[in-house]
Write a protein that binds this ligand. Structure first.
Ligand SMILES: Nc1ncnc2c1ncn2[C@@H]1O[C@H](COP(=O)(O)OP(=O)(O)OP(=O)(O)O)[C@@H](O)[C@H]1O
Ligand SMILES: [Mg+2]
Length: 405
């Protein structure tokens, strides 16, 4: 390949991997079959609406943006996407949705927002949304609904779902947000539990993460070894963002070296280049956390060990579960009392509030306030030599194996 060819390949890698943007093309979306099925079933069944929730960066917006692209042409989806902000109210988000809906009535086009008389209410919406043609499947997505601080908006949305599910409209509302459970997203969800389908987005399976990389290299001169693929998938810890960021950084490094095969060594060498699209608050928090106030402090070692500690299904870990990885990292036995000071400090703003502490005295548990920081800590700890590959292999790979079963 000549220089022009390599340069074109580099551009291709920059556009195929999208660490900075949700997926909007069906062919580039990996896995997630159960969630696609559940959300599609909700849209076609009458009187049902959905709430799609999960950790930050797990792929919620992407799923909400592509699930309907595989629908048959006989069921045309009318798709309306609204992004919510922290200061928004019920009126504002519905006006935003209605401005994006155009009805054709008796050959004339109308914007739905112009048909609303006075303020938007559940009843007014029922009347206006009845204008959708019966063959259509209208879907209105309210993304980042968790950010809305106004409580009455959440109550009104709950009322609206109840109202619309008892009405003849075929319109489906999908609320999307970062949350551990539905209660964090919508108020009084018990009263609409039959009408509201709950779809939790889990982290991605290692095979799905591998697919993100292999599907993008298919049809290009680049290939990736199994070891390299495995490494990308376990460093990504189930978060598609990292599969994109690391896959792209590794592809670019390979191209710079004029190699057509991405090897494990290339992946390792690209780690430091994959944080460009990462939320900077995470990087700032890490820098604060590891600041040396005294010579030889062990904050970065404790953090690396926390990232490898065994967690429960809510991402919580005990001080005792940090002992084994920390002992390996430091190279001598470390018992909880010798680092509980550090764990507590990491919960403070001066140390970036990286951890949160829950539970009672005899049963404290810690968790990462922003789960996205965990793979970052692992990668940073590797690239700065805080821990070596053997430690990672021992703890992370074991966990991945459990995940893959
Ligand atoms: N199924 C998938 N296949 C391939 N890439 C994906 C998939 N899901 C998500 N991604 C990628 O992962 C990253 C995060 O996706 P997305 O923005 O959809 O997540 P999110 O859960 O909406 O994030 P946030 O909580 O920040 O709103 C993006 O880079 C996106 O391209
Ligand atoms: Mg999103």
């Amino acid at each position: 390949m000549d220089d022009e060819g390599w340069s074109a390949l580099r551009d291709e890698m920059l556009s195929l991997f999208t660490p900075g943007a949700p997926i909007d093309e069906y062919a580039l979306f990996a896995g997630r079959q159960p969630q696609i099925q559940k959300i599609s079933d909700t849209v076609v069944s009458k009187g049902r609406h959905a709430v799609l929730f999960g950790e930050r960066g797990v792929g919620k917006t992407s799923l909400a943006s592509i699930f309907y692209l595989g629908f048959p042409e006989t069921r045309p989806v009318v798709y309306v996407y609204v992004q919510c902000g922290s200061a928004d109210t019920y009126q504002e988000i519905w006006q935003r949705a209605l401005r994006r809906i155009v009805f054709t009535i008796d050959g004339k086009e109308f914007i739905a927002a112009d048909l609303i008389r006075g303020a938007v209410t559940p009843d007014e919406l029922e009347v206006v949304l009845a204008n959708f043609a019966s063959a259509h499947l209208p879907v209105i997505v309210f993304d980042e609904f968790d950010r809305i601080r106004d409580q009455p908006t959440k109550v009104m949305m709950s009322e609206t779902i109840k109202h619309l599910s008892n009405s003849p409209t075929s319109c489906t509302i999908i609320l999307v947000g970062v949350a551990d459970n539905v209660t964090d997203i919508i108020a009084e969800h018990q009263s609409i539990s039959r009408a509201l389908v709950q779809i939790r987005m889990p982290r991605m399976h290692p095979d799905e993460l591998k697919q993100i990389v292999t599907s993008r290299l298919r049809g290009t001169p680049l290939s990736v070894t199994d070891d390299a693929l495995w490494r990308i998938s376990y460093l990504a810890s189930g978060l598609p963002f990292y599969a994109h960021a690391l896959g792209q950084a590794a592809a670019i490094t390979a191209i710079q070296r004029r190699k057509i095969q991405i090897t494990e060594e290339i992946v390792n060498a690209s780690i430091d280049n994959c944080f460009d699209d990462l939320d900077h608050t995470l990087i700032d928090a890490y820098v604060k956390a590891i600041t040396e106030t005294r010579k030889g402090n062990i904050f970065k070692h404790v953090l690396a060990a926390c990232a490898l500690a065994e967690q429960d299904e809510l991402g919580r870990f005990s001080a005792a579960s940090v002992e084994a990885p920390l002992s390996e990292i430091i190279g001598r036995p470390m018992k909880a009392p010798s680092f509980s000071f550090h764990l507590n400090e990491l919960c403070n703003p001066e140390r970036g509030t990286i951890l949160a502490k829950t539970g009672s005295r005899s049963h404290y548990r810690f968790r990462f306030v922003q789960p996205m920081i965990q793979p970052f800590i692992t990668m940073k700890s590797l690239s700065t030599g805080v821990m070596d590959d053997a430690v990672l292999a021992r703890f992370a790979i074991e966990r991945q194996r459990e995940l893959s079963i």
